[in-house]
Design a protein around this ligand. Structure first.
Ligand SMILES: *Cc1c(COP(=O)(O)O)cnc(C)c1O
Length: 368
C-alpha cells in the first residue's frame, strides 16, 4: 500500500462545505485585498500567540523579511541564526544586504545550539533569528538572555511551529517578532501562499503594516520603501475555517509520533525525535528520524512507495550561494551530520492506523 508523505485532499474532503461557503462569500463580497477575513485572522493568530498584534502578509518568507526590516536590519548588519533550516531563514537576511551568521545545532532537537550564540556576537550583530524546526521550539530562555545582554532584536522563525509551546509560552510570543507560514504543508496551511507576523508592541505593528503596503503611512505617503505583501482575503477565509481544528490536528500528530516512537524504540542505527523538557507542546510539522544508513533506507522506502523527504540535505554553510561567507564544514559538525542522516516520514493528522502500520513495518524491515 502506497502511503503519501502528505495528503491534503483528505482535509478538504472533511471541510468541503465550510470551505466552499467561505470562498464563495469572498467571491460575493469582493473585498479581495485586506478584507474583513484578514483582520479577523490577524486577531485570531495574535490571540493564539498570546500577543496583541498580527499582520497578514503574502508568505512566511515575507513575514521574516518584513520583521527583519522592522527590527532595523539593513546592509552590513549581522543576524545570528541556525545553520540548519529551510532556505528562507538565511535567504531573507542576504536579501536585505545583511550577513547571516550561522551557528551549529543541538544534535537532539536540530535547533540552534543556544549555548553557542553568544560566541557569534560582534559589534555588528543586530538580531538573533532562532527557528523552531519540525514543530519543536528552540531553547528560548538562553537566547533571550543573550539578546537582552547585547541589546539585540529577536525574530522567531515559527513557520513550522504555529501553536507549539516553550515552557507553556506560545511560539512567536517570546521574541520581538514571531513569523508564521501558511504554506500548504504547514500545520495550518492555506490553499496557496500566506504568512503572518505577530508582535507585542503597537510600534512594531505599525511598522510591519506600513512595510507590507509599500511603506505607506498614511496612504500615499512614504517615509520608507516597502513591499507589496498582503495576505489574500481568500486565503484568510480558508484559514479561518481551518483554525478551530488546529489544536486537534496537532494532537493527532502527537499521537502518531508517540506510536512511531514506541514502534522504533531500540531499533539499531535509527534515532527517533527527541522532545526537550522545555518543549511543552511539540506540533510535529515533521516526524524526523536519523540514520547513518539513510540512503539505503530511503531507497527501500521509495520501492515500497512510502512517502519521505529529507529536510534538509544541505546545511546553510555548505550552500553554494553562501560560499563567499567563507565557512568550513569543520565548523559545523552537527548540522553536517544531520544533513547526511535525517529523513522525515508521514505524520499528517489524517494518516490512518493501517497506513501508519505499513510505514512502521517497512522501516523495521529496512533497518534490521
Ligand atoms: C516554510 C518555511 C518558511 C517560509 O515560508 P513560506 O510561506 O514558504 O514563504 C520559512 N522558514 C521555515 C523554517 C519554513 O519551514
Amino acid at each position: 500500500m502506497a502511503v503519501p508523505l502528505l495528503d491534503l485532499t483528505r482535509q478538504y474532503a472533511y471541510l468541503k462545505p465550510e470551505m466552499d461557503r467561505a470562498v464563495l462569500k469572498v467571491l460575493t463580497h469582493n473585498k479581495f485585498i485586506l478584507g474583513p477575513e484578514v483582520t479577523r485572522l490577524e486577531e485570531e493568530i495574535a490571540g493564539l500567540s498570546g500577543v496583541g498584534f498580527g499582520i497578514g502578509v503574502a508568505s512566511g518568507t515575507d513575514a521574516l523579511l518584513i520583521a527583519l526590516r522592522a527590527a532595523g536590519v539593513g546592509p552590513g548588519d549581522e543576524v545570528i541564526t541556525t545553520d540548519f533550516s529551510f532556505f528562507s531563514t538565511a535567504g531573507v537576511v542576504s536579501r536585505l544586504g545583511a550577513i547571516p551568521v550561522f551557528v551549529d545545532i543541538d544534535p537532539d532537537s536540530y535547533n540552534v545550539d543556544a549555548t553557542r550564540i553568544e560566541l557569534a556576537v560582534t559589534k555588528r550583530t543586530k538580531a538573533i533569528m532562532p527557528v523552531h524546526l519540525f514543530g519543536q521550539v528552540a531553547d528560548m530562555d538562553p537566547i533571550m538572555e543573550v539578546a537582552t545582554k547585547h541589546n539585540l532584536k529577536v525574530i522567531e522563525d515559527a513557520a513550522q511551529a504555529i501553536g507549539a509551546e516553550y515552557k507553556g509560552q506560545p511560539a512567536g510570543s517570546m521574541g520581538d517578532f514571531g513569523c508564521f507560514s501558511f504554506y500548504p504543508s504547514k500545520n495550518l496551511g492555506a490553499s496557496g501562499d500566506g504568512g503572518v507576523i505577530v508582535t507585542k508592541t503597537e510600534e512594531n505593528n505599525k511598522l510591519c503594516r506600513s512595510l507590507r503596503a509599500h511603506g505607506e503611512n498614511p496612504k500615499y505617503y512614504h517615509r520608507v520603501v516597502g513591499y507589496n505583501s498582503r495576505l489574500d482575503t481568500l486565503q484568510a477565509a480558508i484559514l479561518l475555517v481551518k483554525l478551530p481544528y488546529l489544536r486537534e490536528w496537532s494532537k493527532k500528530r502527537q499521537e502518531h509520533a508517540s506510536r512511531y516512537d514506541q514502534a522504533f524504540a531500540g531499533l539499531p542505527y535509527l534515532k527517533t525525535p527527541v522532545v526537550k523538557e522545555y518543549s511543552t507542546f511539540h506540533i510535529y510539522n515533521q516526524y524526523t528520524l536519523a540514520s547513518p544508513n539513510r540512503d539505503e533506507i530511503l531507497s527501500g522506502l521509495k520501492k515500497a512507495e512510502i512517502g519521505h523527504c529529507v529536510y534538509y540535505p544541505v546545511a546553510f554553510h555548505a550552500q553554494e550561494c553562501f560560499a563567499s561567507l567563507g565557512y568550513k564544514a569543520d565548523d559545523f559538525p552537527i548540522s553536517s551530520k544531520a544533513s547526511r542522516e535525517v529523513f522525515s516520514i508521514p505524520i499528517y493528522p489524517e494518516l490512518t492506523e493501517q497506513e501508519q502500520d505499513e510505514v512502521i513495518e517497512t522501516i523495521k524491515h529496512l533497518v534490521s
